[in-house]
Design a protein around this ligand. Sequence first.
Ligand code: SF4
Length: 454
Amino acid sequence: MLDLTPKELKERTALRVNPCKTCQPVGAMYAALGVARCMPHSHGSQGCCSYHRMVLSRHFKEPAIASSSSFTEGASVFGGRSNINTSVKNVFDMYNPDVIAVHTTCLSETIGDDLNSFISDIELPPGKLVVHCNTPSYVGSHINGFFNMMMGFMNYLTGKTGTSNGKTAIFPGWVNPGDIRELKRIAKFMEVPAVFFPDQSGVLDAPMNGRYELYPKGGTKIEEIRGLGDSKGLIALGEIINIEPAELLQKKWKVPYTLLPMPVGVAYTDQYVMALRSQSKVEIPEELEAERGRLVDLMLDSAQYTHGKKVAIFGDPDVVIGLTSLALEMGMIPKYVITGTPKEEFTRKIEALFEHYGVSGCTAKANADLFELHQRIKNEKVDLLLGSTYGKQIAKAEDIPFIRAGFPVIDRYGGPLQSIVGYNGGAYLVEKITNALMDRFDRDSSDEDFEIVL
Ligand code: SF4
């Protein structure tokens, strides 16, 4: 039994209990599923591939297709060259994707398989492609896997003709398909012709039409990835997940980038809208201004229930930075803000937010786990918990209202269709947060209190 009695916290460096992250290939697989007619391929044992697919399927409630090099003892000892050769042939023969996106696993990384040389030696059917990236899971998290796969695609496919294609590349980062739809809608409002990469909308939220389609209609097209080098500019959303892909596009293909936080809440959505405006030079449409005004109005109306309330926020770094900014805009106190991804930049950004909003006594930490978060909450309780499904045991044990957001949310439905970005996404979150606090207020109120409220 884990000891969770209140006490002084000790730093742990060699052990994670209830991690707040998953492994790199999950991110690589999710990024690859955002490319049209792509088969993600796990170069390792079947167990890894099954686990990665399961994590994605449980969140999206959709099949997450992927194939595996199916390592057995022989490949583990002698290397996986023949496995990848056979896999590529079989996958093209049986499933006919346009591209296979290979990522490694702990096993193939540990034995040192050289995917660059393996893939360059494979004779591919005409018009077919194989790309790859390295995703050793003992480094980083699924966030690293996501951007490593983005860079794998770009390194293999992206080129430059020297003539601008007049489009703006937008890297949405790790968000749900519903978020990508909202980001696209705002870009359309701002009259910005854009290529979203990767783009899981239409793939992991494909509509039910009575037929199973192995490759649903969505996803960034191969030609669009090839053309990223001819983009007139790049807007990269998510300062942790997209810094490396943005720098790659700038360094290799001289595409200037604007790196922004994930547009959650008023201030960060403003930044996205202004970045779009600098691309299209059009005035901000009235409808968008009205959406912003409605969000601000909702925040003001609900402030009496949210102001000064303490919240613990955990999950993936960019989502957590966005949620923290929104909580601060609502007058809440983000008492504990953690991510499992080991990026110290996260801590600096959260601490900058604390300073900007003048809150003190709050903790920001990267490379943390949920055991530590639980210990902190035991020592000083919060009014609300905001994060992935994995916080539900803490919420239950400490009897704290809990809002699910981020990845993964495996015990509720509809999340991937919903957006938390943009002004409308902000309004959705404010509604969820305020009403959770009000539900708790109602539960704990006496009959006399009810008379005052009603
Ligand atoms: S062995 Fe490595 S790649 Fe496979 S599931 Fe475990 S952490 Fe992920």
